[in-house]
Design a protein around this ligand. Sequence first.
Ligand code: FES
Length: 159
Amino acid sequence: MINEVMRQTIDGIVQKLPCRDSAVVPALSYIQKENGYISESDMEDLAIILQFPQSRIFSAASFYSMLKLRPKGKYHIQVCTNVSCSLLETESLIDYISGKLGIGSGESTPDGLFSLESVECLGSCGYAPAMMINTEHYEDLSFEKVDEIFNTIRIKEGN
Ligand code: FES
């Protein structure tokens, strides 16, 4: 839901840009920053504020992978499944992580600790396979390295 303060901030974003079209992605990014993700009602509210059809907001929100339409876990895992990583069997890597966490791509663990997503290139092609957890890059991955990363997180989280 977009509250009055957020609406005023979005109005400010619109005023700084040459046209309302340019404000769609910055406004969606702002909503995500405030709410953690972009809900359907957020998109409906933004369509009213920007005076665009809802379909225009929905299409922009669903196009950019950095915009999240579902709540993310405390640790949001993005596994690259693009060419370089796929050649090094990233598909089995994402299956491995999926099996460890008991969730599929686009899902979160019931405790909200982890969410998993398959994404396009993370810019680490020379060090494939690669993944990110929140803003941290992990490269040259193997099942053993993934186990070490998750063990570190579980120790940090006390479970
Ligand atoms: S293809 Fe995986 S990081 Fe570029």
